[in-house]
Design a protein around this ligand. Structure first.
Ligand code: 6PG
Length: 243
């Protein structure tokens, strides 16, 4: 078995990690201070199962949908109905009878390019947060979901790209993605992703063995730089952990 990151919970399969993540999300939302909760969604394919689960019987009645605001950790700069769009993936996962109030889904603008979209999304986050500077004592998100790319990226923070070093802006344009799909991206930066009561990596499948091995070997991969002002944990299935 691969040496796993600290604070890993090893689970039987993708379904088990999705169920555990759904329970954790409900815990973070119901324990959120104040009247609103904020979740930062990851993209790609892994989390689709989790999002569909949240909208299904056994979970849908337990999420206080009227209190939760949903944000995106990153997206591809494509139309929202494009098969590559994380907006489309999330909309499909929540389903046509989506329980999410439309005003609570805060999509990353993708119709005016990466630069303009990134500054517009940063403004959205700052308006929601009510300040221009992040206070570690008052995290922006209750939960940030993250994935792990086969090259060790997370969100759209790719190896060797300038957005990795961003420490002031909350959102950064990524004109050149580090792996497919090779379309421009918009990503939250590490300081914004870290402003969370909980950061949770969801990692499934044999395709993630290589980045997990490289992380265990101490390689300086983007995912190794993810931090949290609260807790940071990994839900990894046996297939990814080669267990
Ligand atoms: C994206 C994601 C990205 C994703 C990883 C893993 O927009 O692609 O935010 O960071 O989490 O690439 O993707 P999979 O879940 O598809 O393996």
């Amino acid at each position: 078995m691969i040496a796993l990151p600290r604070d890993t919970e090893l689970m039987a399969d993708a379904e088990a990690t999705a169920r555990a993540a759904a329970e954790h999300l409900i815990e973070m939302v119901t324990s959120a201070p104040g009247e609103r909760a904020a979740i930062c969604l990851s993209g790609g394919s892994t989390p689709k199962r989790l999002y569909a689960l949240l909208a299904s019987p056994g979970f849908v009645e337990r999420v206080p949908w009227e209190r939760v605001h949903w944000f995106f950790g990153d997206d591809r700069v494509v139309p929202w109905d494009d098969p590559l769009s994380n907006v489309r993936m999330v909309r499909e996962a929540f389903g046509h009878a989506s329980p999410v109030p439309p005003t609570h889904l805060h999509f990353i603008p993708s119709d005016e390019g990466a630069e303009i979209g990134a500054s517009a999304y940063a403004a959205t986050l700052k308006t929601f947060y009510g300040a221009d500077a992040l206070d570690p004592a008052r995290p922006l998100f209750d939960l940030v979901l993250l994935g792990l790319g086969s090259d060790g990226h997370t969100a759209s923070l790719f190896p060797g790209k300038p957005a990795l070093a961003e420490r002031d802006a909350w959102v950064a344009p990524v004109p050149e993605a580090g792996m497919e799909p090779f379309v421009p991206r918009i990503t939250l930066t590490f300081p914004a992703l870290a402003s969370a009561r909980s950061v949770l990596f969801l990692v499934n499948g044999a395709g993630k063995r290589d980045p997990l091995r490289r992380l265990a070997a101490g390689e300086d991969l983007p995912a190794a730089h993810a931090t949290s002002v609260g807790r940071l944990s990994w839900f990894i299935d046996r297939d990814a952990a080669e267990a």
